[in-house]
Design a protein around this ligand. Structure first.
Ligand code: FMN
Length: 300
């Protein structure tokens, strides 16, 4: 039974990582999860300078999931490189650094700073508001996606995963733009924009008014988008959105993802990732798959 997967030339010991922002940079979960058992750890988003994030309240529970408007609070790339990368290097797992920015120069500064760091891949969060495009997310415009991807690829030393937002009309157009820009892989989905009203306070549940919906409620939408993206591009796909069991993860693999990320479920089931790895192995045994790639995208 071979659980290894090759994502853009990087070999993971199994196809399971965590979704950015739901696992800190690994340290806060390391008492609950043996990080050596994960294919990769994907860190929370990091920008060129520290960001304080949005005003509170910035998380709310919704049916089947949660909503957040954290606003990408992060310590900035310098502290991240000093503190978080050395922590993760103690484990036998791949390191994927999630990168955010408000403008291309901000992304490029982080990508450049990471060039000589001992990380394995970077994931570019293009759901960030783009200051040059009236705060529409980079990922909502195919032209911006292709251009930003190409700019990043020019200077990146590690393989680049472009992380797509689902808040678009046609996900295939954006997936193709990332591929055309030279992305080594894509990951999807980020959160879906939602709104919750607090009827007792008679105002928005989140200070930001809107927030990103995640958790089991988004899973069928995410599976549909991963399937569509897999029909449109040849580069590997990391599927995520609402995984809370091995079965949920296997759906993504059969729909065309080469690997999966577990997000919101970490908050209420901190060692869920280990169960997902074990459950995928058990499914492979039961169904006669010798390696993970044998089941990727078999549902057409
Ligand atoms: C609290 C929270 C923080 C997040 N922070 C980030 C982030 O920093 N960068 C990013 O690309 N995605 C971020 N995400 C999105 C997740 O990585 C993931 O794409 C999304 O939540 C869907 O997966 P899930 O339903 O399993 O959570 C965040 C999600 C949550 C719930």
């Amino acid at each position: 039974m071979d659980m290894r997967v090759n994502i853009a030339g990087v070999e993971w010991k199994n196809p399971v990582t965590v979704a950015s922002g739901t696992f800190g940079s690994g340290e806060e979960f390391s008492d609950f999860v043996d990080l050596n058992k994960l294919g990769a750890v994907t860190t929370k988003g990091v920008a060129n300078v520290p960001w304080s994030g949005n005003p509170t309240p910035r998380v709310a529970e919704v049916y089947g999931g949660m909503m957040n408007a954290i606003g990408l609070q992060n310590p900035g790339i310098e502290l991240f490189c000093e503190r978080d990368i050395p922590f993760l290097k103690k484990y036998d797992t791949k390191i994927i650094v999630n990168v955010c920015g408000h403008a291309p120069e901000e992304y490029l500064a982080v990508v450049e700073r990471l060039a000589d760091e001992p990380i394995d891949m970077m994931e570019i969060n293009i759901s960030c508001p783009n200051v040059n495009a009236g705060f529409l997310a980079f990922g909502q415009d195919a032209g911006h996606v292709e251009k930003l991807t190409a700019q990043i690829k020019k200077i990146a030393k590690q393989p680049v995963i472009m992380k797509l937002t689902p808040n678009v009309t046609d996900i295939t157009e954006i997936a193709k733009a990332a591929e055309a820009g030279g992305a080594d892989a894509i990951s999807l989905i980020n959160t879906l924009t939602g709104m919750k009203i607090d009827i007792n306070r008679k105002t928005f549940a989140l200070a930001n008014k809107t927030g990103g919906v995640s958790g089991p409620i988004v899973h069928p939408i995410a599976v549909r988008m991963v399937y569509q993206a897999a029909q449109a591009v040849k580069i590997p796909i990391i599927g995520m959105g609402g995984i809370q069991s091995a079965e949920d993860a296997i759906e993504f693999l059969l729909a065309g993802a080469s690997a999966v990320s577990v997000g919101t479920a970490n908050f209420y089931h901190p060692n869920i990732t280990e169960e997902v790895v074990d459950g995928i192995r058990a499914y492979m045994e039961k169904n006669g798959f010798d390696k993970v790639s044998d089941m990727v995208g078999i549902v057409k």
